[in-house]
Design a protein around this ligand. Structure first.
Ligand code: FES
Length: 98
């Protein structure tokens, strides 16, 4: 929605990006993480804005994004991005919720 939030995501809790967004209540209740992080709903789609090196997409993530709305070249599923110290500086924009 155009509002920027900077968060210090915990790296010792085995969280993924979708869970961090929920933890910090950065998305409207019930609009993100609908499938629980199983790469089956795309409610956690985000656009990666930084040049942070991310792990390759899995076949499951690719398949889900091929069916999702508002997909861009830099789209990823937040639930498939596991928070590690290597992601310092990661900047994402949440995709519009459909
Ligand atoms: Fe459903 Fe990520 S939470 S695809």
């Amino acid at each position: 929605n155009g509002v920027t939030h900077e968060v210090a995501a915990p790296t010792d809790m085995a969280l993924n990006l979708m869970e961090v967004v929920k933890l910090y209540e950065l998305a409207e209740e019930g609009t993100i993480g609908v499938c629980g992080g199983m790469a089956m709903c795309a409610s956690c789609q985000c656009y990666v804005k930084s040049d942070t090196a991310l792990p390759e997409k899995s076949d499951e993530e690719d398949a889900m994004l091929s069916e999702a709305y508002n997909v861009k070249e830099n789209s990823r599923l937040g639930c498939q991005i596991h928070i590690t110290e290597d992601l310092e500086g990661l900047e994402v924009e949440l995709a519009p919720y459909e």
